[in-house]
Design a protein. Structure first.
Length: 496
């Protein structure tokens, strides 16, 4: 049993997390599929939210909903919210003001619109959302979106519905798989959530409160989902988790196993070309997982490993439970296992108590490691987290100045990394036609878009490409070997 209370933005405490079993029943609407209804989902935040948004659309498809990109056409609007960013709740309420206007405009034409708020803000704010915006019909937390059909039915019959519980049933066991057509429409790369929740309790983070304790899906469930995706044309799978490298399950012999074993077994599914995983915690980069980077060619040589700060004092205040040297040692071991690996990370600037000396240590760590890309944020207190109660908050002007300096350094590293690609030959997974006739676009092992002059018949294949140049966000190249029906012509000779 998990029972937590989070004080939200100075408003009433929001209670959540009682394990209450709920029978899954077929909703009334599922029996009436005579007309297709339009669904508009807007998803914020991380890849896990993007995955959840797709699964919500899958759950609602048998109820007669098809997705639209036009909110004014939508019979159901879902805002799949994120609580990580600063003033996340306020931004959601501001967005809801706009959605409410759409609802009123449609009502004046005699058309009904239902509004659902999902995701981490729904979990944290709960009933407060109804109070602040009465046009909302439904509030559903991240652990309950498999119940959307019955919650919609409840909202219709009772005026509104809310579910922010942490249910005892496994939501993944109740989710509707995407149809083959929907999977194909989503492209060659797919996310698969394998782990949810977090037990680490970093002092700046709301995830342990909004997503609950760490939980791993079983190998059988993951394997079945991946097999279905590959059957429907997916070539690249990214395993997702708030703490993905904390994944644990059983190996083929029924013995305890970790993410390395999961990656090995998934790599044997015929048709998979590429595997990735994100997001990881440094403390869960165990020896087996590091070794997997050296042994598994299908595991792409690109790892996102957040460190947040280069100061031991700040890492301790963040409750990260590792030191800067621990991180450096892990990176050295990973690079020894896979010398061509590239790294990305997250940094928080201006955590309470951060001095200029602490910040200089962060810059020194970035210089020492050399990242291919980096995400960086100004610290902002999240209600209900220990960091929000710390008194030595850093002034906004100081945070802004540090952020600018850090941004300049990591942008220079990113550009240098892209430039270092020129002259290299690498495998590219071609995904779609380019903007110009005769051009196709793929993805490098390091997630960079790669543009090549070649025939569309190569879309959906992995080809060897010689990189000839780069711009701010893309690489350019030519096919490294003769290809039937392809010119192999250079489209750019040097980096912009
Ligand atoms: S490990 Fe990640 S998800 Fe967990 S508390 Fe820390 S920052 Fe949040």
């Amino acid at each position: 049993m998990l029972a937590l209370t989070l004080t939200s933005s100075g408003r009433e405490p929001v209670k959540f997390a009682k394990n209450v079993p709920m029978k899954i029943t077929k909703s009334a609407s599922s029996q009436d599929k005579t007309s297709l209804k339009k669904l508009y989902v807007k998803s914020y935040g991380c890849q896990m939210n993007a995955y959840d948004a797709a699964r919500m659309a899958d759950v609602l498809a048998p109820e007669g909903f098809e997705e639209t990109r036009h909110i004014e056409d939508a019979d159901l609007v879902v805002l799949n919210t994120c609580h990580i960013r600063e003033r996340a709740s306020e931004k959601v309420f501001s967005e809801l003001g706009l959605v409410r206007k759409v609802k009123e405009a449609r009502a004046s034409q005699g058309r009904e619109t239902m509004i659902a708020v999902a995701g981490c803000v729904a979990q944290a704010e709960g009933k407060e959302i109804f109070r602040r915006n009465p046009s909302v019909d439904l509030v559903v937390g991240p652990q309950s979106y498999h119940r959307l059909p019955q919650l919609l039915a409840q909202a219709r019959s009772q005026g509104r519905a809310i579910d922010t519980e942490f249910p005892v049933e496994d939501k993944f066991a109740h989710l509707t798989p995407a149809s083959s057509a929907r999977t194909r429409a989503r492209g060659l790369s797919a996310f698969v959530t394998v782990q949810e929740g977090c037990d680490k309790f970093c002092t700046f983070c709301v995830v342990p409160y909004t997503r609950g304790a760490e939980m791993s899906r079983s190998y059988e469930q993951i394997s079945a989902e991946v097999t279905r995706l590959v059957r429907d044309g997916v070539r690249e799978i990214t395993l997702l988790g708030q703490n993905v490298n904390a994944w644990h399950g059983l190996d083929a012999n029924g013995q305890p196993a970790g993410l390395a074993d999961l990656l090995f077994r998934l790599s044997q599914i015929e048709g998979i070309d590429r595997l990735r995983y994100t997001t990881s915690h440094p403390n869960d980069m165990n020896d087996a997982l590091i070794a997997a980077h050296g042994h598994l060619p299908k595991l792409m040589p690109f790892l996102h490993l957040p460190v947040q700060s280069g100061s031991d004092r700040i890492l301790a205040a963040m409750n990260r439970n590792h030191t800067v040297q621990d991180y450096i040692d892990s990176i050295a071991a990973i690079r020894a296992a896979r010398p061509d690996i590239a790294l990305s990370s997250d940094f928080i600037v201006g955590f309470p108590g951060e001095t200029e000396a602490d910040f200089q240590s962060t810059l020194a760590l970035i210089e020492k490691i050399g990242f291919a890309s980096t995400f960086f944020f100004k610290y902002s207190p999240r209600p209900g987290t220990p960091g929000a109660d710390l008194t030595d908050q850093v002034p906004e002007s100081v945070k802004a100045d540090r952020l600018a300096r850090l941004a300049a350094l990591v942008e220079a590293q990113r550009h240098a990394f892209n430039e270092s690609m020129t002259g290299r030959t690498m495998d590219v997974l071609f995904e779609k036609a380019g903007r110009h006739s005769g051009q196709i676009v793929g993805k490098s092992p390091y997630l960079q878009p790669v543009q090549v002059e070649a025939g569309a018949d190569l879309i959906g294949t992995v080809q060897s490409v010689e990189i000839t140049g780069c711009s701010t966000n893309s690489l350019f190249g030519r096919l490294a070997g003769p290809q039937p029906g392809s010119s192999g012509q250079n489209i750019m000779e040097e980096c912009a």
